[in-house]
Design a binder for this molecule. Structure first.
Ligand SMILES: O=C(O)CCC(=O)C(=O)O
Ligand SMILES: [Fe+2]
Length: 219
């Protein structure tokens, strides 16, 4: 078994922390990609050794979640094929309005909202990023620990809370938003405020599992 997992996605899976310690190296074609990510970002203290490959149909997403402690402090997500919107929201325990957090966020914390710490450095309004094909999203440190991330199970993605407006402009320039449903939602500027996912998206989520035990199983 290799250290690249493939899923048609629906739920965030937090594998047991030590599960990754028992599996083999990445295939060479994938190592070329992960080495380039390591070299060009300079953010990974040692080579990326874990890649999750997810495929999403246009109406599929991944529930709001936090990546587990096994991968802290950095994750790099390479997006391929259809653009998609990824949402970020402060972890319920850090939000003043934690009583109004979403069902998915409650589920992520096993129903317990914990203590609301109301930290002034936490941006409580939900926001999203448009992930264009061949883009690389990296989040680390506070974005990793204090926020949940997820993709909605919907073909329609709204630009309302998007932070990377320059990517929206690229998408609009490609006229990928030309769709009868989208046109109805024009925001008065002649440009759509939503787009429709029409094809599948594939993502490569690249992480570093710090400790790998080799040859633990000897038969
Ligand atoms: O596919 C993506 O863009 C997100 C995947 C993700 O968040 C995860 O696997 O933990
Ligand atoms: Fe994740």
């Amino acid at each position: 078994m290799r250290r690249a997992f493939c899923h048609r996605n629906k739920f965030a899976i937090n594998l047991p922390q030590h599960f990754h310690h028992f599996i083999g190296p990445l295939p060479p074609w994938l190592t070329k990609i992960t080495q380039r990510i390591c070299q060009q970002t300079g953010l990974f203290p040692s080579p990326i050794n874990h890649v999750l490959i997810n495929e999403y149909l246009p109406d599929q997403g991944i529930m709001l979640h936090q990546d587990g402690p096994a991968y802290f402090p950095v994750v790099a997500i390479l997006s391929l094929e259809s653009p998609v919107m990824i949402d970020f929201i402060a972890h319920p325990r850090l939000r003043e309005d934690s009583a109004t957090c979403t069902v998915a966020a409650k589920a992520e914390t096993n129903g317990s909202l914990g203590e609301s710490l109301c930290r002034p450095d936490v941006h409580c309004d939900p926001c999203s990023l448009l992930l264009m094909p061949c883009s690389l999203l990296i989040f680390k440190d506070q974005a990793y620990t204090d926020y949940l991330h997820g993709i909605q199970d919907s073909e329609l993605c709204s630009f309302d809370k998007v932070l990377n407006i320059s990517e929206v402009k690229k998408l609009q320039a490609q006229e990928l938003t030309c769709d009868p449903v989208v046109a109805e939602d024009s925001n008065g500027t002649g440009q759509s405020s939503i787009f429709r996912r029409t094809s599948k998206r594939v993502s490569l989520t690249c992480r570093l599992v710090p400790k790998v035990h080799k040859n633990l199983f000897k038969f």
